[in-house]
Design a protein around this ligand. Structure first.
Ligand code: PLP
Length: 425
């Protein structure tokens, strides 16, 4: 069956819950054991004191370790990525930080592709070094040889414990070749130490991109975005092999970074409509991007549906992405003033950060989500003062275009006034 067919029932039996078609919310912190012996057995397994016996069924202990809502949700998300297991967290950042700290130790080298989400960027550049972790970044468009040279120059003789990429990258949809990263991670893997490949799949996943097919060891998500899809939950996730996810869950137990039962229940509801939401949002985004492409106030468009034919980015898109998705970024003619004029006059969209929700959102990466990105990297990453990022929701695309048209008119007035002022000096 296809993943969407599992979303209404996997891991849940109505007959065990008085016929309730929907799973209840297991709003409980702790679980009663039938006997002391059973409690002892659960703890032995939870702490890895012994292996699970043949046919032994483990029950719940405490909701920081596991909870029926979290458990069902994890099984269901794993289906989309064809992964053995999944783990849910209280936020996307909790998923990322718990995953990194499970495998990367003081003295290790950590390599990532820039750009990444601003919060992730801050964690990599300002938090990891405080733990004695050496961080090296590379950029979209660099070849494998150039990246390897960069690593050798910046961290001579070191092999990364992890290579982390976000593709498409926030905010301008820059793509990184997953197979190239797999090849590098294999090259760094030795008998003593594995180099793990981790992919943030928030922008297109889990419906339109499947990084594990291209060799990713772990895939992380801000489930706050498309997976949640209604701007009413903060959550994160990671999927991968049972062995790796098992280690991450052990770390999660001690960090206490797990999702709560109520949020897990909301996300189970969201997963039921995930595919139709993402498909419709992507269809609407194509229409809107097409409109932007033809507008004289738009100087550059960054949308996966309209990549330059024959470019390296298009080659990567054709190989690893299954649809362009609903994130659009564009440069407006002018600078911050024109960008703000557009945002301040844009109706129907909410002027807010975040993405992937039923309502359309607009924001200004240079002063909002990516304000903390190193100034020397901004130009290279295209995070300029005239860049605007849109997340297309489920409103009628024709209505959204009308509102964009109006806001672009206002931005054009600002642009023309600025030009006049400049010429009058
Ligand atoms: C691509 C990406 N990854 C991770 C995160 C962090 O997720 P959260 O806000 O759920 O902690 C975000 C948030 O915007 C994001 O856009």
């Amino acid at each position: 069956m296809s993943p969407e067919s599992y979303m209404m029932s996997l891991g849940y039996s109505a007959k065990d819950h008085q016929g309730a078609v929907k799973a209840p919310i297991f709003q409980t912190s702790t679980f009663a054991f039938h006997t002391a012996e059973e409690g002892k057995a659960f703890f032995e397994i939870a702490y890895g004191l012994r292996e699970k016996r043949e046919g032994e069924e483990l029950g719940m202990i405490y909701s920081r370790v596991d909870n029926p809502n979290m458990h069902m949700l994890e099984q269901r998300l794993a289906v989309w990525d064809n992964a053995e297991a999944g783990a849910f967290f209280s936020s996307g950042m909790a998923a990322i930080t718990t995953t990194v700290f499970t495998f990367v130790r003081p003295g290790d080298l950590f390599v990532y592709a820039s750009p990444v989400y601003g919060g992730t960027d801050h964690f990599f550049n300002h938090v990891l070094p405080q733990f004695g972790i050496k961080v090296v970044k590379f950029f979209p468009g660099e070849t494998e040889i150039e990246i390897l040279k960069r690593i050798e120059t910046e961290a001579p003789g070191m092999k990364p414990a992890m290579i982390y990429i976000e593709t498409p990258g926030n905010p301008i949809n820059s793509l990184i070749d997953l197979e190239m990263v797999r090849d590098m991670a294999d090259g760094f893997t030795s008998f003593e130490r594995e180099c793990l490949m981790v992919v943030d799949n928030t922008f297109l996943g889990p419906v339109f991109q499947h990084p594990m097919k291209f060799g990713a060891d772990l895939v992380v998500y801000s489930a706050t975005k498309f997976i949640g899809g209604h701007s009413d939950v903060i959550a994160g996730a990671c999927v991968g092999s049972s062995a790796l996810i098992g280690q991450i869950k052990a770390m999660r137990t001690f960090f206490g970074s797990q999702i709560d039962p109520n949020s897990a229940w909301l996300l189970m509801r969201s997963l039921e409509t995930l595919k139709i939401r993402m498909e419709q949002q992507s269809r609407s985004a194509v229409e809107i991007a097409q409109y932007l492409l033809s507008h004289n106030m738009v100087s550059e468009l960054h949308y996966l549906g309209f990549l330059e034919k024959g470019s390296d980015q298009e080659r990567i898109y054709q190989k690893q992405c299954e649809a362009p998705g609903s994130m659009i970024a564009f440069n407006i003619k002018g600078g911050e003033k024109e960008a703000f004029a557009f945002l301040n006059n844009l109706e129907l969209f909410k002027l807010a950060v975040s993405l992937g929700s039923t309502e359309s959102l607009a924001e200004h990466p240079a002063t909002m989500t990516h304000v903390d990105v190193a100034p020397e990297d901004r130009d290279r990453l295209g995070i300029s003062p005239n860049l605007i990022r849109l997340s297309i929701g489920l409103e009628n695309p024709g209505d959204l275009i009308l509102k964009i048209e109006k806001a672009l008119e206002k931005a054009e007035e600002t642009y023309l006034n600025n030009q006049k002022l400049e010429h009058s000096f």
